[in-house]
Design a protein around this ligand. Structure first.
Ligand SMILES: Cc1cc2nc3c(=O)[nH]c(=O)nc-3n(C[C@H](O)[C@H](O)[C@H](O)COP(=O)(O)OP(=O)(O)OC[C@H]3O[C@@H](n4cnc5c(N)ncnc54)[C@H](O)[C@@H]3O)c2cc1C
Length: 467
């Protein structure tokens, strides 16, 4: 079995070995980034995000075991307070020197309704735990992101999404939630009760309060066929509109400097279960890195080695319930920028991004991901009132990611993109006012719930406050 990345790079190692000390060989710097101290000079312990670029030394840590305790902490804790999920955001949403609050003790199913296929879930539940819990009651979330390590509350916080023309991001299937405000009130919100809060805080950056429970519109469990195949990148870009129409879920990874793409499709099936094999993500990513290390300065060699390796790579197929196949393991750490663009401009933007990277950044080796997401009406949703095509650029955690900002972001902005809230971007308040028609309305609701700004840190002040 091979992973979606291995499918296009399997055998590259052999090809590289054959080139031995080919001209242009260069050993790239491969050092661990400096680690911050595990505690500060006052003995406060370090908090770090998944990729390692965000950190903080919170003064207090809180882990309430229920809504009442949560509301009490919000009301009584002095100073700033920031909720944290699984710490998988790349942006500085979480860091605080005040109180860091986790809902790890508030997880699991609260109730469900077989007739409506809805389930109410505590916000601290990790997506990876939710899959089997919902399967046990015959339900599944309609779609899932690339990994399932996130908490449900954290996923809503940033507009976390998967791919598929008919599928909204996770918050698009939320029918109700309960939120504890910085004053210690608990509000039940849906389209008719506290409707403004419902619209403003379904995607909330953890800046409106702390969501305690979420009601999801699920659907009956389905068996799906997941297929990963290596293709020529130009063909996939040409076929993207028809691929979107044809498949339930579809995405591809464009592999820079190779002319190749890994195309992943997921469709419902009644074929017998054929479980996915062991994860090979580490091997695949490291093969791409090796190709970069050895042939980074020889683009022609880099491309022909990859093309030769791809020639004989077999497609990878697995059949199982969706929650077992849609998300993946990503053990190799990276940093990421992702923008959501009007679907019409997505492929032009992708071509521009690849051309810019291939012209200026021979050190880049991580694949670039393209997905499609349906529109929704949450005020801070990057998919607000528009079907979107996303483009995500990654950099190995040891590598310089500043090219995201000076090379990639201007292209994605020029093509009308809105950034993923949890992934790196350089935008500020005025940018969001112009990108989001209901941004000022959302800010008014936020200010009403948190008049003293206790749920803000520096990053969030730059988002929600002018100047
Ligand atoms: C390897 C990897 C793969 C990824 N794949 C995808 C993908 O496929 N699609 C995608 O869209 N994103 C993806 N992401 C980004 C990720 O889904 C988001 O950043 C998500 O928000 C992380 O969830 P978390 O539980 O780690 O939340 P955190 O990063 O800890 O927090 C995110 C935000 O939610 C807030 N928050 C957390 N809990 C609550 C709560 N109960 N109430 C209110 N606010 C809360 C926090 O304050 C913060 O503002 C990926 C990230 C990584 C590292």
């Amino acid at each position: 079995m091979v992973s979606r990345r291995a499918v296009v790079v399997g055998g590259v190692g052999a090809g590289i070995a054959a080139t031995g000390g080919a001209a242009g060989y260069r050993v790239w710097r491969d050092r661990e980034p400096a680690s911050p101290p595990s505690q500060d000079d006052q003995g406060r312990l370090l908090w770090r995000n998944w990729s390692g670029i965000q950190n903080a030394y919170p003064k207090e840590r809180a882990a309430p075991d229920g809504e009442e305790a949560l509301a009490g902490i919000l009301k009584s804790s002095p100073g700033p307070i920031r909720p944290v999920g699984a710490g998988h955001s790349f942006t500085a949403l979480v860091p605080t020197g005040g109180t860091l609050l986790t809902l790890d003790r508030m997880s699991g199913l609260v109730s469900h309704d077989a007739a409506t296929q809805q389930a109410t879930v505590r916000a601290g539940t990790r997506l990876g735990d939710l899959g089997p819990a919902l399967a046990a009651i015959g339900q599944e979330m309609p779609n899932l992101p690339d990994i399932n390590k996130q908490s449900l509350g954290g996923a809503l916080g940033t507009g976390t999404h998967g791919t598929g023309r008919a599928f909204k991001a996770i918050h698009g299937d939320v029918t109700a939630f309960r939120i504890a405000t910085p004053r210690g009130d608990v509000l039940a919100c849906d389209r008719t009760t506290n409707a403004d809060v419902f619209h403003a805080a379904r995607v909330n950056l953890g800046a409106f309060g702390v969501i305690s429970e979420i009601t999801l519109q699920n659907r009956p469990l389905k068996r799906v066929l997941k297929r990963t195949v290596g293709r020529q990148l130009d063909e996939v870009i040409e076929e993207w509109p028809s691929l979107i129409a044809q498949h339930r879920n579809v995405e591809f990874y464009a592999i820079p400097f190779t002319g190749l793409a890994a195309l992943i499709t997921v469709d419902e099936t009644d074929k017998p279960v054929s479980p996915r094999g062991p994860d090979t993500d580490v091997d695949a990513v490291m093969e791409l890195k090796k190709l970069r290390d050895v042939a980074g300065f020889l683009p022609g060699v880099r491309r022909s080695l990859a093309q030769a390796a791809f020639k004989d790579a077999p497609p990878d197929e697995a059949v199982d319930e969706g929650w077992k196949l849609l998300s993946n393991e990503r053990p190799v750490r990276f940093n990421e920028m992702e923008y959501h663009l009007p679907l019409e401009t997505q492929m032009a933007a992708l071509r521009d991004v690849i051309a810019a990277i291939e012209k200026h950044r021979s050190d880049v080796f991580f694949p670039i991901e393209a997905r499609v997401i349906d529109a929704d009406d949450a005020w801070l949703s990057p998919f607000h009132e528009r079907v979107s095509g996303s483009i995500a650029v990654h950099a190995y955690y040891k590598d310089d990611y500043r090219f995201f900002f000076d090379l990639v972001e201007p292209i994605l902005r020029k093509h009308g993109g809105r950034p993923h809230w949890g992934k790196l971007h350089s935008l500020k308040h005025a940018d969001f006012v112009s990108l989001y028609p209901r941004f000022k309305d959302a800010v008014a609701v936020r200010d009403m719930l948190d008049p003293d700004g206790r749920m803000l840190n520096d990053h969030l002040r730059a988002v929600f406050q002018d100047g």
